[in-house]
Write a protein that binds this ligand. Structure first.
Ligand code: PGA
Length: 265
């Protein structure tokens, strides 16, 4: 796991966008897994800028989103469909036919989830999956106690998550209690993973998933078993890591290697 610690939210967003853009440029028909929430908003803003100013081309991409609230349709302003179009897809040249976001109004949820998994496979699997992390250590909506081998399914939201997400709704009672979410097993099949976290509120979850044991109580901890994970943290989110200085040290060394590699190409 590569842990990159940057100063603040702005730097985290720029660094994340740089990594995503590198993936898109090196494989224009990449399959990208997108995440929602407050964390990646700045990253998507930077990607929109790169599209407009540097011609970053989204036209050949296939996309899959991690999750969607169950019961919210695509036009609901708090749905993740709405979020993705508002924050990214409406501002870049992505092909809407290649965009996949779980259907919050699916009638036969089991059938829908099975099909979603099949579609990921048919697309060749996810090349780069972007993730946030919840205060309870969740990735996507895989709340504490979720199977670390789980697949796309209907999940019930934890009380912390309902509380955390209430800021996007008029009142807490309006937050849906269920979601359709990719499972930990689905996420682990992505070829590369990029997890972002900022702010002090995430510091405990970050320390637990990077330095604690692998446990279904902190579902992000399964990422310790993935061969290609990059984590970008701001100083506040990194503040409870015991080996913070060590991560900074090795990151410097990796960057030096990368620079040498780039200049020799
Ligand atoms: P946030 O959510 O980006 O809104 O903090 C992250 C998550 O719950 O995965």
């Amino acid at each position: 796991m590569r842990v990159i610690i940057v100063k603040d939210y702005d730097e985290m967003s720029k660094e994340a966008a740089r990594i995503i853009a590198k993936q898109i440029r090196s494989k224009p028909d990449s399959v990208i897994g997108f995440a929602t929430g407050g964390t990646p908003v700045g990253t998507y803003k930077e990607l929109v800028r790169m599209h407009k100013e540097e011609g970053l081309d989204f036209s050949k991409l296939t996309t899959f989103n991690l999750d969607e609230y169950y019961g919210l349709g695509p036009d609901h302003p708090q749905s993740y469909h709405y979020y993705m179009f508002e924050n990214l897809f409406n501002h870049v040249n992505v092909d809407p036919k290649k965009v996949h976001i779980p259907d919050g109004l699916a009638k036969n949820v089991k059938e829908f989830c099975k099909k979603y998994e099949e579609e990921i496979k048919k697309a060749g699997g996810i090349d780069l999956q972007i993730l946030g992390i919840g205060r309870d250590g969740h990735i996507a909506f895989n709340e504490p106690g979720s199977s670390l081998a789980s697949r796309t399914r209907l999940v019930a939201l934890a009380p912390e998550t309902i509380k955390d997400n209430a800021r996007f709704f008029e009142k807490e009672e309006d937050v849906p209690r269920y979601a359709i979410s990719m499972g930990c097993g689905t996420i682990m099949e992505a070829k590369k993973i990029l997890l972002l976290a900022n702010g002090e509120g995430k510091a405990d979850a970050v320390a637990a998933f990077i330095e604690g044991p692998i446990t279904s109580q902190i579902t992000a901890s399964i990422l310790q078993l993935h061969p290609d994970v990059t984590v970008i943290l701001d100083e506040a989110a990194a503040s409870k890591l015991k080996r913070k200085e060590y991560y900074k040290h090795v990151d410097k060394l990796y960057r030096k290697l990368e620079e040498e590699e780039e200049s020799s190409n």
